[in-house]
Design a binder for this molecule. Sequence first.
Ligand SMILES: [Zn+2]
Length: 461
Amino acid sequence: MLPKETLQRAREDLRRLVAIPSVSARGQGLSECARAVRSLLTEAGFETEIHTGEIGPFVVGEIGDGPLTVVVYNHYDVQPEEPVDLWHSAPFDMSERDGRWYGRGVADDKGEFVSRLEGWRLFRERNPRPLPFRLIWLVDGEEEIGSPSLETFLKTRFSGVKADICWWEYGEIDSSGRPIILCGFKGVMAVELRCRMARADLHSSLGAAFDNPLWRLAAATASLRDGSGRVLIDGFYDTVRQPTQPEQDLAAEPPFSFSSLVQATGGQRVLDGIDPDNFYAAMNFAPCMNVNGFSGGYAGEGAKTVLPAEGAVKIDFRLVPDQDPQHVVSLLRAHLDRHGFEDIELIVHDANVKPVRSSTDHWFIQDAKEHLERHFGRPVIVQPSSPASGTSHPFVDQLGASIAGIGLTHHGAMLHSPNENIIVAQFEAMIACSAEIFQRLSERANGIGSFGTSSTHGGTP
Ligand SMILES: [Zn+2]
């Protein structure tokens, strides 16, 4: 059980952060929220700084020194609150109903931040001695718009720094209350193909003589993938890293059934070759290509016989280690040219999020698993990779850290949607768990110190 004051203080801190509408998409409230985050970290004993980002500032807190370096990564920016009329209470005024707190950012990511911070305070109240490891707490103000300056910021501010762990901004809790530790994220590459073939839309009778941009885009798109989901671009799979045996073992036992996924999504047709035994491995390890939408010509009510002048299709790829989004862009261009689609323009909307998959056997993952199991009273799932993406690669590529997604984002948290919420009992459990994680890190660091090991990066203390 947490001391009563701890939960009260946590609630108050979270309520104050939620009340600042720090919407990065609108560039709103970011400096104010950064200052609030900074003062929380300062009060909690950190040396703090604020650094300018492209849109919103970064807040950095640092404390301690020793043989381990741990980065805690969070973000204080939030998604826009729209559509406001679907909220049951004011989005920036945190409210409680049925054991949950509601408000924009209560989960993503202010609640994750505050639960860790309160855990940290609890740990420090019990252990006020100098911290035997280096802790860097980085709070981003641009995560919800894709962290455009994170990579550069890490390069300049933390050049030469090596870290053991990056405690990622969130972790999940499934519908039955089991915590899920995420060890990786897929990369993203989002593009648009455009084709223009006339000065203006033409009478469709001219289709007897002239080609049609939507036909060409459909043909180009169809050339990219087969019915099993396999991408047909030459070289696309060349750099795909095979999952390790421990990763394969974890993926061989899906924590939820295929039928429950079908029920939850209403998905009606699976790719050729996907079955209840291998869908989870595909979600963890398979890259995929999605058509997001076609546009052009006439798609309004009734019929309008027209030969469109131009069209476009938006496509995204979810990539796995060690595919590089920029490289996939060049492979895609080469594929289009080779298949006679030189006239199709390729516009890159996003090719900056690289895939990451860290060791599921890392000692930090094993330690965290033990603490989560105790506080949540449920077996913990270690997931090799989320099927979704996050800008985690700079922590891995530059700092050499292992990624560990541990947190309280539950199945019904409604991230980015109206009525975003957290379950208060899970928030409390996460505070207690975080305190123990910091405690355990101290013990690990002291253990290494007493054995005189100087470098542990990537090792097993
Ligand atoms: Zn988010």
